[in-house]
Design a protein around this ligand. Structure first.
Ligand code: COA
Length: 261
């Protein structure tokens, strides 16, 4: 039987979405994006759901997009199912209910940029965030080119994106990316307690609060702009070299490519 790579459970007003692919460090495949999107779309419309919680199995929170999927998608112009990542990111951006994340381990790529759309993020004090899009010859997504830069300032955000420099848990918290840090064993309990507390709040006011605090249409425009370049880069020779290097477990060699002007 195919294992369930995204597990969803709903109880007492909380829809829990769990990354359940620990052997691949919870890297997200196209199927998984679809399942997350479906869950978020349901959360948006179902009155019984008052908040969403992201959790994970295993030591790693999420290693980002599945790189084999990236490589296969770049090689196949007519996939049986269109890429679901945009659908998932749109559902996350537009989710009117509070979204909480229990980050008990490292987050990479989209695993980290998704956190920019969460309302509460509880993180293990030894976890790190990395967004090494450029190492894969890609550009930032999920609005992170603007959202992360607003949070960290251009100089540090550029280093995070361009050099793949990791954000420690402390830096993530002091820069406002994370709500609170704690030992990893306490993260999911703390996040669940926060969800229970949110479920006791006046629901209409809570939704209004979230709506007032975020500029969804501006971020949506950023995401559209990013997606154009992301999709083009995905098919680039530079990216093919990056995916091949990952599969061969060697550093990528970009010195053979010339910058186009
Ligand atoms: N896509 C597909 N498979 C991935 C993956 C990803 N993003 N991240 C990890 N995996 C797989 C590995 O291929 C390996 O599979 P295998 O056991 O069949 O060989 C398994 O997960 C374990 O990975 P491994 O590298 O052996 O574990 P690690 O703990 O030493 O390192 C990472 C974990 C996440 C640091 C490392 O795998 C990595 O750098 N992954 C790529 C992350 C990335 O660039 N994501 C995209 C960002 S935009």
């Amino acid at each position: 039987m195919t294992p369930e790579l995204i597990k969803t459970t709903q109880a007492n007003g909380v829809l829990e979405i769990c990354f359940a692919r620990p052997d691949k460090r919870n890297a997200i495949t196209n199927d998984m994006y679809r399942l997350i999107a479906e869950a978020l779309e349901r959360a948006a419309t179902e009155p019984a759901i008052r908040c969403v919680l992201f959790t994970h199995e295993g030591e790693f929170y999420c290693a980002g997009n599945d790189l084999m999927d990236f490589a296969a998608g770049a090689a196949n112009p007519n996939p049986s199912e269109p890429p679901q990542v945009d659908r998932m990111l749109t559902a996350l951006l537009n989710c009117p209910k509070p979204v909480v994340a229990a980050v008990g381990g490292n987050a990479i790529g989209v695993g980290a940029t998704m956190l920019l759309h969460c309302d509460l993020v509880y993180m293990a004090d030894d976890a790190k965030l990395t967004m090494p899009f450029l190492n894969l010859a890609l550009v930032p997504e999920a609005g992170s080119s603007v959202l992360l830069t607003a949070q960290l300032g251009h100089r540090r955000a550029f280093e995070v994106f361009a050099l793949g420099s990791a954000l420690s848990s402390n830096e993530a918290q002091t820069s406002g990316l994370v709500t609170a840090l704690m030992p990893k064993e306490e993260v999911s309990d703390k996040a669940r307690a926060a969800c229970r507390a949110l479920c006791q709040k006046p629901p209409a006011a809570l939704l209004l609060l979230k709506q007032l605090m975020r500029d969804v249409s501006a971020t949506s425009e950023v995401m559209k702009r990013e997606a154009v370049h992301f999709k083009a880069q995905l098919k680039s020779p530079e990216a093919a070299e990056a995916f091949q290097a990952f599969m061969e477990r060697r550093p990528a060699d970009f010195t053979k490519f010339n910058p186009s002007v």
